[in-house]
Every structure is written in C-alpha cells, then in structure tokens.
Design a protein around this ligand. Structure first.
Ligand SMILES: [Zn+2]
Ligand SMILES: [Zn+2]
Ligand SMILES: [Zn+2]
Length: 464
C-alpha cells in the first residue's frame, strides 16, 4: 500500500497551534482547567478506556502493550471505521500527568497521525526513530497548546509565575515552567480562532473565576507540605471571601480583616473539628472556601484610568484629585502613604484605610441583568454574555476612550436582531448613541451575531 502522505521531517509547530486553537474555539471551551476527558466525550467516535479496566473486562494481559512498551497511553483507529480507541494507564497516581497524557493522545488524533500517514495507521512500531520523534513532539506541543493556550496565558496576568500557571491549567510545575519559556520565545503568527478563544475565556479571566480554579487545584494538595507554597497564589478572606492573590498581604484589601500568612492558612471554611465527607463531589462546596471577585477601580501608572464617580478621564493634574468631582486619583494607605493597587479598600500591609475607600463607599452596585429593570417589551431577551469582552475591545483595541468610559458599567441584551444597551446615565446614553457604529464594528469584529439596530437606555435599578 502507498503512503498517503510522508511523515514530515520537522514538527509542524504552527499547524499544531492552529489545530489546538480550532479545537478550543469549536468546542466553545471558556474556562480553565481545560478537561481532556470532556473533550473526548464531545466526539462520539472517540472511546476512552483504562488499561486496567480493559485488562479485567477482556482478560487480555497487556492491552495495547502499554506495559511492554512502557507507555502511559496509546491510541488506535479501528480499521475501516472512524472510531478511535484511547487506552490510558489509570494506575498512574497523578491526575495532572494523566490529563497531559490524554491531551497528548488527542493531539495524535487531531493532527491526523493515525489517518494521514499510512505508516502510522498500520503499525507505529514500523516507524523510524526520527519519524516517531516528530509525531511525539507534535503531540506534546499540542497538549501544551490545549491545556495552556499561549493566546490566553500570555495576555493575562498570572504574575508570570510557573506556579500560578501550573495551578490554573492543572499541569505539573515542571510542565508550566517549560511552557512559560516556550511562550516567551516562539511566535508563529496570528490564528483566526484566536479572537474566539479570547472572547470565550474573557469572563473567566476578567472576573476572577480563574482564582477559584487556582484555589481548587491547590486544595487537592492540602494538607501536604507543599500546600503553603501553592496557597501563596491565592488565599480567600474568611470574612468577605475576596481572593487574596499576593502572598505578602497580611490584611484583606477589601474588608481589612487579618489574613493568616500562607504557612498558617487553611482552605477550610471552618477551622476546627473533624469532617465527615459523605459525598466526594461535595468536598469543595461543603468544606472549602468559595471566593468572590470584588469590583476593582481601574488604574494605570498608579493613577485612575477614569473616574468611576463622574467618568472624567485622562488625569494629568498633580493635585491628586479628580478635577470634576474631587475623588482621589491615586490609591494609597492613609497611615503610611504607600501606593496601593486599585482594588484595595484597606492597606494589605497595615490594615488602615486606603484613599480609594471613599470612592468605593459611594459607588452603586455594578449593573447586571439581576439589578436592572428590563422592560416587558423585551420579554424574550438573551443577555449578551460576551459584552464585557466587547467593551474591553472598545477601550483597549479601538482606543475609543469616550465610548469605553460610557460603557464600562453597562449591560447588553439581544432582542432578536436588535441590541439594547443599558447604561448608567444620560451622558453615557448620549455618547453610546452617537458612537453606535463603533459598537456595531466591535460586535462584528468579534464574531457576534449581525445586529441591525442598537438602542441605548438608561438603566433603572431595581432596589433591593
Ligand atoms: Zn475580606
Ligand atoms: Zn470624578
Ligand atoms: Zn498601610
């Protein structure tokens, strides 16, 4: 039989990334950790089974010769079908390692290793060492792109820490370190599915949900000796549930209460007593903390990006006060004059009030579909779940600051082909109505439904 295609003599890095991104985009994966098992379940013709399970059920000594070949997984295609059988060694006592192995096997399938080259479809043992290593490198890189996609990892703030990447992607620290190095070097250009991936992951990353993932992954290691190192990436305040993502903080930046240092910190909701776990899936909801991301006043170069009180922006004055409303433009500790991040209501080092606390105290609750009165005519509305991403692109990509500031506290719903945007006040309404074309352009740039008409309304809050 003739080979359909010759195995390439170099790994196709760019194609690997493209296929991984396409898979993430097509399956609408929108949060970490990416779960290879869930991906496999999306394809009815992919079958996943454990080596031991197969061994017990079929009586075969060494299914697919995993033991003989010292392999942790293998994938075969059933001759004459499109069915793949992935056999993995479930005796491996390391969930992160198994996740990586499964992602690697998905790579072999998605890269066409079992179908595009006859040599592989027949018998992989017939490959030359070089051919074999090209395919292995491709599958390995695919696993990296799938579990820790560069386009997400490089754009958001993970403190540049391998430990943080390891926890959020649920991969080993070793793999995370290698991944960080790769991300800093290679760039293979732009991929069409990138925008969709960014859009899908945006909420997860911008609203702090990923800190919960970091916390949950770390919890698996409690109370082992490495836990204190892991919880440096994210503790949760037991008073207000805010995520505390700086290991040097001694006080909660949101409520000012004292937070135990990492070596003293336990992830349990309650400290004392014994726990009876009736259902393993209840562990997180019953025992461990659920964090909360509080609104964060945006700053740039230690100054307000825009004034959240009066929407004034572009601060250059030296008075330290908003020229319109007098709100403080820098956040610092009122006791020590230390400059603080924008999310601090209290100084995380001494517990004193921060200057921004005054602003936080008067800001109304952020608009959401739960606290805005939606008129009855829009009965069948659908919330635009990508709206925060669209607003981000207005400001950061289009650099339309007027519009960005007008939309920064807004919600958007679809009503058929129309979009209704609820904004805070009449100034915002004027700006957003005037710039409707920019909004339409941003919506279509990000692959959102073709919208015919935009209506901007002033939000009428529902009082609690
Ligand atoms: Zn707190
Ligand atoms: Zn102001
Ligand atoms: Zn202080």
């Amino acid at each position: 039989m003739l080979r359909k295609t010759v195995i390439p003599n170099k790994p196709r890095f760019s194609l690997v990334r493209q296929r991984a991104y396409d898979l993430l985009a097509n399956l609408d994966i929108c949060k970490f950790p990416v779960d290879p098992r869930e991906i496999i379940r999306c394809f009815p013709e992919w079958h996943l089974v454990g080596w031991f399970e197969l061994h017990v059920n079929t009586g075969v000594d060494d299914p697919l010769y995993l033991d003989r070949d010292k392999a942790e997984a293998k994938t075969v295609i059933q001759r004459g079908t499109n069915d793949y059988l992935i056999v993995y060694d479930e005796r491996v006592d390391n969930p992160q390692r198994i996740r990586w192995t499964l992602a690697h096997e998905i790579g072999h399938i998605v890269m066409g290793h079992l179908t595009e080259f006859d040599a592989t479809a027949l018998n992989r043992r017939g490959l030359t060492e070089k051919e074999h290593s090209v395919l292995e490198v491709e599958a390995h890189c695919f696993a990296a792109e799938l579990l820790a996609p560069k386009t997400i990892i490089s754009r958001f703030d993970f403190h540049n820490s391998p430990q943080g990447i390891s926890l959020i992607c649920d991969i080993s620290k070793d793999a995370a370190e290698k991944r960080l190095k790769q991300i800093k070097q290679a760039d293979y250009g732009y991929y069409p599915s990138e925008v969709k991936i960014l859009r899908n992951f945006y909420k997860h990353l911008a609203f702090g949900e990923f800190y919960q993932v970091v916390h949950n992954t770390a919890c698996r290691f409690f109370p082992s000796s490495i836990y204190p190192e892991l919880c440096k990436e994210c503790r949760i305040c037991k008073n207000c549930n805010s995520f505390i993502t700086d290991d040097t903080y001694r006080y909660c930046p949101v409520c000012g209460s004292e937070v135990p240092e990492p070596y003293m910190y336990s992830p349990y909701k309650h400290h004392k007593g014994m726990f009876v776990i009736s259902n393993i899936s209840d562990i997180h909801s019953e025992l461990y903390m659920q964090g909360k991301q509080y609104y964060e006043i945006p700053i740039k170069d230690d100054k307000l990006l825009y004034c959240p009180v009066c929407k004034n922006y572009g601060f250059s004055n030296l008075s330290g006060k908003c020229t319109k409303c007098g709100a403080p433009t820098t956040n610092h500790c009122t006791a020590e004059n230390r400059i603080l991040p924008g999310n601090c209501r209290f100084c995380p080092y001494c517990g004193s009030e921060a200057t921004f606390k005054k602003i936080y105290d008067i800001l109304p609750e952020r608009l959401s579909v739960n606290n805005v009165k939606i008129p009855d005519v829009y009965d069948d509305y659908i919330e635009c779940e990508y709206w925060p991403f669209v607003v981000m692109t207005v400001g950061m990509w289009e650099k339309a600051m007027d519009l960005y500031v007008a939309l920064e506290d807004s919600i958007a719903i679809y009503d058929g082909d129309d979009m209704i945007i609820f904004v805070r006040g009449s100034n915002e309404q004027v700006v957003a109505t005037r710039e409707a074309n920019t909004i339409l352009a941003c919506l279509s740039n990000n692959g959102l439904l073709p919208i015919k008409q935009i209506t901007v309304m002033i939000a009428e809050p529902i009082m609690a």
